[in-house]
Design a protein around this ligand. Structure first.
Ligand code: GSH
Length: 215
């Protein structure tokens, strides 16, 4: 498998964690989201992913190359194709709660802090892109914690790692980047610390990627 990724992209990070948790090796193809006006906007990359975003996972199966985009769709594919270890709970209610928490990040927070959105806010609306981001991330995390309190154990859903943790951890990195105070979210930072003990999360960390820029 080949993963088109950017070190600091939270959506790519989710897929890296899931691939690692499932023990699936992959080739890392860096797509620089800022350099050259953003390599995601190049004709070559648009042919790979018309949404001009990372991640894209390329899978060769039965002699055919399949390209998958949208981290949630990729995670669902990995879960179906490589069910063990399971990243979705077996029980239908918990399964839905897991997807619910994941979507709170996937559609409730990340799209509002996406690079292309921030560039427009700053350049065209002359707005404060960082304050915009911090507001939506904070609001989203507050809701996430409230929901996670009902099911949280070591991780978001009891004591087993799931999609919800895979979505949460990169989002907390983004929160710090945009100056969000995480003091009000002790459950979330506790879960983050538990995930940080796992090799799959460690290897997926932004700073450990081949295209990472040292601070
Ligand atoms: N819903 C998509 C979102 C993908 C996305 O927005 N990726 C960001 C990085 S996390 C990106 O490539 N942004 C490029 C841009 O805004 O120009 C997913 O989950 O994969």
């Amino acid at each position: 498998m080949k993963l088109y990724s950017y070190w600091r992209s939270s959506c790519s990070w989710r897929v890296r964690i899931a691939l690692n948790l499932k023990g699936l090796p992959y080739e890392y193809v860096p797509v620089h989201l800022v350099k050259d006006g953003g390599q995601q906007n190049s004709d070559a990359y648009r042919a790979i992913n018309p949404m001009r975003t990372v991640p894209t996972l390329e899978v060769t199966e039965g002699g055919r190359v399949h390209r998958l985009a949208q981290s949630m769709a990729i995670l669902e594919y990995l879960e179906e194709r490589h069910p063990s270890p399971a990243l979705l709970p077996a029980e239908p209610f918990l399964r839905a709660r897991c997807r619910m928490l994941s979507e709170m990040v996937n559609s409730g927070i990340q799209p509002l802090q996406n690079l292309a959105v921030l560039q427009r806010i700053k350049a065209e609306l002359k707005g404060d892109d960082k304050a915009w981001c911090a507001y939506w991330i904070d609001r989203g995390l507050a809701a996430f914690q409230e929901v996670a309190l009902e099911t949280g154990g070591t991780y978001c859903l009891g004591d087993t790692v799931s999609f919800a943790d895979v979505f949460l951890v990169p989002q907390l990195y983004g929160a710090r980047r945009f100056g969000v105070d995480l003091q009000p979210y002790p459950l979330l930072t506790r879960i983050e610390a538990a995930c940080a003990n796992l090799p799959a999360f460690q290897a997926a960390h932004a700073d450990r990627q081949p295209d990472a820029v040292p601070a």
